[in-house]
Design a protein around this ligand. Sequence first.
Ligand code: HEC
Ligand code: HEC
Ligand code: HEC
Length: 407
Amino acid sequence: MKTLMCLYAGLLTLVVGAGTALAQPEFNQVERGRYLAVVGDCSACHTADPAKPFAGGFRIDTPFGALLGANITPDVVTGLGTWTFGDFQRAMSEGIGHRGKRLYGAMPFTAYTKMTQQDDRDLWAYLQTLQPIANNVHTNQLPFPFNIRTSLLVWNWLNFNKGEFKPDPVQSALWNRGAYLVEGPGHCGTCHTPKNTLGGDKNSQFLRGNNLGVWWAPDITNNNHTGIGQWTNDDLVNYLRTGVNRFSIASGPMAEEIENSSRHWHDADLKAVAVYLKSVNSLQPSPLALGASDSRMVAGKAIYSDNCSACHNDSGTGEPGTFPRLAGNPLIRATNPTSLAHMVLTGGGRTGSTDSRPTAPAMPSFARDLNDQQVADVLTYIRNSWGNAAQPVKAAEVARLRKNLQP
Ligand code: HEC
Ligand code: HEC
Ligand code: HEC
């Protein structure tokens, strides 16, 4: 019996060895690495031209100037062709790149540092299987003095906590997996955690909402008012899987994140993220709603019934899966109304939609029909109706955004 099994195993290796380029364990490692590249959404910043995946050149605008994603294909001259695993591990965990240069935080190594060495190994195995593409990218487009990399020594000292994720033994395996994904490869805080004046994360306000310029990445803590406190685990999984749930429909950078990344995550991983996010608490005081007789509310209500109620309904309930709810939707109550004003001015510019609603009608742009005061009033109205309560919106905020949205 034993010899028979050995024979059988031998045969199997022969068959596999002959038919495929990679032995089975290596194949599995590359597949795990491919998945991690999706979870880490590397292509979001490292692919500018879909015909040249991972060859770099994608422009990232920061408050300090622009950076371009590097070429991370195995091209010997312009990519990572001469790198060892040690070089790669150093980039991911310490933010040190080609020839020892310090990397800017636009490369989210402050999150990737939490990845396990095994995950880095798998990711590296995958990157080495990519087609080498020659593409010379000068990543540093920052103006003086931000273009001087030695300043990053100070930046790192102030803003960077190096080190792998440490599981919390008191918490479940599912919770720890969720924490690992959110804080590490998923780098959710890159967009959702507020930044200090140097662009570093305010860790004490982890995931409590952050200004991305022309979008607002909302509070995704379990806060009942501004966060996802009223969402169930299933609501969160549905949102991250399809971009739609009974409260909200994702737009802008989050729609892209879902399209390229979280839509492809394993179910168990999305569940883990939900369990973890539901445990992140923040106590932010909720404001009182403006009275219905406030002049901004009266003006906003009239604009709403003329322009918005056909889709979002008089009572702000929307149409499940097609038109988002405005009542009880945390995004509407966000401390910062940038994403809301962006939606009304541009309609969100929806591009590729996710699986679940390929033909749903999009939100129209109101940039021409409504002036700054009218946009402000209609937003003040939806932020303070149907149980919502939030700071009123000022015409000057809308004017500023309108200017920044001009190409
Ligand atoms: C939010 C944008 C962003 C994401 C997401 C991102 N990167 Fe980067 N990456 C950058 C930028 C920008 C640079 C160049 C930084 C610099 O020059 O200081 C960079 C540099 C690098 C470098 C150093 C290259 C060199 O020549 O020194 C490596 C390696 C790298 N990234 C790997 C990855 C991997 C792997 C992922 C996914 C797990 C990833 N990056 C995700 C923006 C990003
Ligand atoms: C590139 C920036 C970016 C990244 C990375 C990102 N988000 Fe978002 N996220 C946003 C923006 C912007 C919105 C608001 C979308 C809108 O206006 O419809 C958002 C919305 C959300 C919402 C809906 C909140 C609400 O009240 O409607 C959830 C939940 C969420 N993100 C979770 C995550 C998780 C989990 C991760 C990490 C796996 C993540 N996001 C990574 C930018 C980002
Ligand atoms: C023709 C139907 C339609 C009309 C009219 C309309 N919307 Fe929308 N609205 C949508 C759709 C669809 C979305 C989801 C965004 C997407 O698909 O990218 C949306 C999204 C939004 C969002 C973001 C909600 C979220 O959870 O991300 C806000 C805020 C919003 N609309 C406000 C308004 C206001 C204010 C008006 C009137 C000035 C208005 N809408 C008129 C269809 C409409």
